[in-house]
Design a protein around this ligand. Structure first.
Ligand SMILES: [Zn+2]
Length: 395
């Protein structure tokens, strides 16, 4: 399917180095963005969407979601939460490990099988159109080189440290190094213990372990001491993920420290849901709004922190609006009835975006209005359509 969007007020690229792309038109074909600019072969499109002057951004990438199997969370006993996140503009979820699977295994054979099974269950399954990167192996003592080789062969590329049966957090170091040797992106739980039996993980541990990502560095939900934050910034190159289901004060502290040293590309926005804090379809939008309205982050930079920054660290082809990237796009605007007239001013005011349309894999999933955000000021509508497809309720 070839899809074109025209009449875009501003293209928020998701690339933190060049966060606004010039032009008003994006064309996609077979799941890939083919052109971004002022020209675009709209006449050849199967579907065209009039953005009505609102802004476009890449689909949000939530790099901390506790999926299990199917579109179901045992933690909150809720069906359909992933599909609901699509209505918050989230087009990609990355598994923070399948730790919520009831009775989840704790032996190396079990955690390996769990990661492989989860990975395979989401290879083609897209709830609401969302891409789910599942299968994040929970690092446990006893996992061997051959286990990692098996997992790599079966496509597992995520490893999570923090819930394993290790005497101290330092003992994760060789396992994270082993995961890296087998091509995996590694994440380490940061802050106070989040589940019974897990211990607090602070800067000393992270600096020794050297993972790719400090998971919920702001605390998940309990933060490490303030003195540990500048150490992590200065003594490591780890990506620092801030989560909605965590400590807001330390989220703002992380943003300030990274801004001061000119490294905002290390900040990743995610939710850490579903958890005890619940299910948050709009969680990323809230954290973006907090960083902009309270933390001094420019709004188009906050978009990049929730899209392109995550894509770079997790090596995804989504997260940026540019030719050749995955066609995952969201149309956003200020919400109807608010005091601001466009999406970026709304964030500065502490409001969230209204989501008007979500496109994933080059397919419009809905056009008109999100189920979860307030209505937008401007209206997006299908201008022309020559395929048998419905685009959700246009109300
Ligand atoms: Zn988590």
């Amino acid at each position: 399917m070839k899809v074109g969007i025209f009449n875009i007020g501003k293209i928020l690229s998701g690339d933190i180095g060049a966060p606004v792309a010039s032009g008003d038109t994006v064309v996609m074909n077979d799941g890939t963005i083919t052109s971004v600019g002022t020209e675009g072969d709209l006449a050849a499109c199967d579907v065209t969407i009039d953005a009505g002057g609102m802004m476009a951004m890449p689909g949000l990438i939530d790099s901390h979601v506790h999926i299990t199997f199917g579109d179901y969370t045992p933690r909150q006993k809720t069906v359909g939460f992933l599909e609901s996140y699509v209505h918050g503009g989230v087009t990609t979820c990355i598994s923070a490990s399948e730790v919520h699977v009831p009775g989840r295994p704790r032996d190396s054979a079990g955690v390996k099988a769990l990661a492989i099974a989860a990975r395979k269950c989401f290879e083609t399954y897209r709830p609401g159109g969302m891409r789910v990167h599942a299968g994040s192996v929970i690092l446990e003592p006893g996992l061997s080189e051959s286990d990692f080789a098996d997992m790599q062969r079966e496509g597992v590329w995520l490893a999570k440290a923090g819930f394993g049966n290790f005497p101290t957090p330092y003992d994760y170091e060789p396992y994270v190094a082993m995961a890296r040797r087998y091509g995996m992106v590694s994440m380490v739980h940061t802050g106070g213990a989040s589940i019974p039996g897990s211990t607090g993980i602070w800067a000393d541990h992270l600096i020794r372990i050297q993972p790719d990502v400090s998971y919920h560095v702001n605390g998940g939900p309990i933060a490490m001491p303030d003195a540990d934050f500048p150490r992590l910034v200065e003594e490591s190159a780890v990506a620092m993920q801030v989560c909605t289901a965590g400590n807001l004060r330390t989220t703002l502290l992380v943003a300030k420290l990274l801004a001061n040293c000119g490294q905002p590309d290390r900040l990743l926005i995610a939710t850490d849901t579903p958890t005890g804090s619940g299910i948050m379809p709009l969680g990323i939008l809230y954290t973006m709004s907090h960083l902009v309205s309270l933390g001094g982050v420019e709004p188009e930079i906050a978009v990049a922190m929730a899209t392109g920054n995550n894509a770079r660290v997790y090596r995804l082809n989504s997260g940026v609006i540019a030719a050749g990237r995955d066609a995952d796009l969201v149309l956003v605007d200020a919400c109807l009835g608010g005091s601001r007239n466009d999406a970026l001013s709304a964030l500065k005011n502490g409001d969230i975006f209204g989501v008007a349309s979500v496109i994933t894999e080059g397919i419009p999933r809905f056009v008109g209005r999100s189920r979860n955000t307030p209505e937008t000021i401007r209206r997006a509508k299908v201008a022309q359509c020559s395929v048998a497809q419905t685009f959700g309720a246009e109300h």
